[in-house]
Design a protein around this ligand. Sequence first.
Ligand code: HAM
Length: 410
Amino acid sequence: MIKAQRGTKDIFGDESLTWQWILKNAQDVFQNACFQEIKTPIFEATELFARGVGDSTDIVNKEMYTFSVGGADKDSASITLRPENTAGVVRAFIEHNIVRQSPPQKFWYFGPMFRYERPQAGRQRQFHQIGVEMFGIKEAAADAEVILAAVNFLKSIGLGDLEVELNSLGCTKCKNDYKESIKEILKPYLENMCDDCKMRYNKNPLRILDCKNEDCQKIFELPDVKKVIMADYICEDCSTHFNQLTKYLDNLNIKYSRNKLLVRGLDYYNRTVFEIKSSALGSQSAVCGGGRYDGLVEMLGGQPTPAVGFAMGVERLFTLVNKIQSKKIDYFVVSTDSLEAMKLTQKLREKGKVVDFDMQGRKFAKQLEKASKIAKCAIILGEDEINQGFYSVKNLESGEQIKLDSIEEL
Ligand code: HAM
């Protein structure tokens, strides 16, 4: 038997009702905050992610679904299933010259993403993100507006009490200075660190701070190391930007905490980074991750454009929300004459009712049994009803049955 691939999942039945509800809330909240929906392709040129997400990241190094199509004689350029959507939205922003519209240009999206990770609870190979990207505003109000959109959406699905963690990575200069100090202080301990950290040391030293390995964590706790890690390394401008952001958040009553170890796993961030977490999710606790990426549009060939955004994992949200139960349908048409049953069903559906009928012309008793499981009322269309032109409507909860001359009364 052919089964679904490891790390992928079929979504159907009541689960899909909860998904629809999550999405409807996203649409309402983001449209209400003037974000427009954007749909970009699921596959893009591999180079977009290599350059955009960064070739020192785990995503680009080990997790991309990359392949080429077409033979040697065709256009066999390398393409990749998108591991995230920021790079794709930025590509579209540049390609359609959206920069010409007056800022801010605000987008939201939903869709599947693909990462070849080791599947575990809350971590899949095909997962879905809901996210927003906002372009054109360098001021901290934009960072606050984006965090506000995330918090409002979470509130709308009953998750208003999650923990917002914030940090500032500073500008390129701040980041580079910090990287150098981290490398210097960790150099003597490198031998005792895990293989991943040894690799990150040269390629992406900030990511070392994210390491969950116990031996590495012990090293971070050493007083001289901790002092460097926790130092206030960002410059005055970046510090002012961060303080302005916290002022906006305070003003909006959005609770947050500063996590100086929050560095995020993608290369494009500068200044603000944030995550929204739930301890109920265990080791994969982040439902939302985002931040500012002022250099990415230019890096991918556009005009210098400040930008900020986030994405949330829908599977993780799904674990946390109250699930929607399917409701009984309005009517089930019970008849052995499926021609008449289908005609009546159609008329009722046109009136906006939720209606189904039996397509196999099964016995009355079987149809009624089915109706009582799935419907609030049965509309019985027997020979008498059809010949004399009336409808018998049975309330399947109370058992009461009435005769109607016209469906207009329903
Ligand atoms: P990210 O932190 O890689 O950021 O992913 C955002 C969210 O997607 C995570 O917090 C998590 O909820 C979910 N997620 C990530 N990987 C998986 C997985 N394998 N299985 C299930 N859920 C997962 C980004 O993707 C950035 N593009 C966010 C962003 C937008 N930054 C600025 N704009």
